[in-house]
Design a protein around this ligand. Sequence first.
Ligand SMILES: Nc1ncnc2c1ncn2[C@@H]1O[C@H](COP(=O)(O)OP(=O)(O)OP(=O)(O)O)[C@@H](O)[C@H]1O
Length: 327
Amino acid sequence: MASLWVKRKFLGNGSYGKVFLAQSTALLAYYKSPALVPFVALKSCLASRSSSLRLERDVFRELGGCDGIVKCFGSGVSVENGVEYFDLVLEYAPGGSLEQLLRFRGGRMPELEVGCYTRMLLKGLSHVHGKGWVHCDLKPANILVFPSKHGGGVFKCSLKLADFGSAKRGGEISCGFVDPCSGRKNRGTLLYSSPESVAFGEHEAPMDVWALGCIVFEMLIGKGMWSNYRRFSARVLGDLIAGYQDSGLIFCDDLSANAEDFLRKCLTRSAEERWTADQLLEHPFITESCKMLPLSQSGQTPKIMGYRRIPFSSSFVVSNNPSVFVN
Ligand SMILES: Nc1ncnc2c1ncn2[C@@H]1O[C@H](COP(=O)(O)OP(=O)(O)OP(=O)(O)O)[C@@H](O)[C@H]1O
């Protein structure tokens, strides 16, 4: 059986399997020229160990489309050298992850730029929470970077939320794992974990807002929120996060009042008092940043004619029409 995908490049390892840059074999046969065939990111794992990727597929199905979330085109089983693989087909992020972008920039980003990126992330988060899901593992490595649709403007990047492999439904009893290092019932990544998730194993929407606060902190300050404690063991760091008090958050003088207040609204110890993604979209740090931008970059996406949407499908049998993946 011929493979459905031609894997062009290995992009990275995840805990469930591997990610490849790939092109559809059927589209390559149809167009005859690889330059005409779009790239996708193929998250691939052994079909027999695909529960995590299948969960991610289900989450994408429920979330549907949103500008702030990486697009999922479908999923399916392919056979390679007699071995069955489960593949999740995602839009390819040519800019890599926000973690790579931060490393490349190597320091603080201008507030205006951070405000605009944060708005993109908040739009995605508001959509996820509105659909009743919690991402549970927001961090720079799970945010993907795309060239801005409108090109040539002030900022050339668009950010989208990715990696929903740890997501859970809001209100559902969490089955976090016991971290062997910290001894705590954890979900997600400790450095971006909120006090209530570390202290009480509470994994609800406010934990995503906390993680977003840590990410915005990193963009604005140029280093991670807990970077001074990197040498500490996971157990000690867990204790520090669990015991965090709002009064411990002190900022450098040159941060604007809006930026500082925004961070305080995200990094509030009490999950009940922490602002929601919807509230944060109305915060002056966001609204003022976007006022400074041309319309095309303020999040009001103009319609682009001639762009054909690829509908979501649960399998990627390719139809006669080479531009459409169908069920
Ligand atoms: N859609 C995509 N486009 C481009 N690169 C991607 C895409 N999805 C994932 N990657 C890259 O593939 C690598 C593995 O990503 P993935 O999100 O699957 O795992 P991870 O978050 O690194 O690990 P874990 O599964 O433990 O959370 C990362 O380097 C990531 O940047």
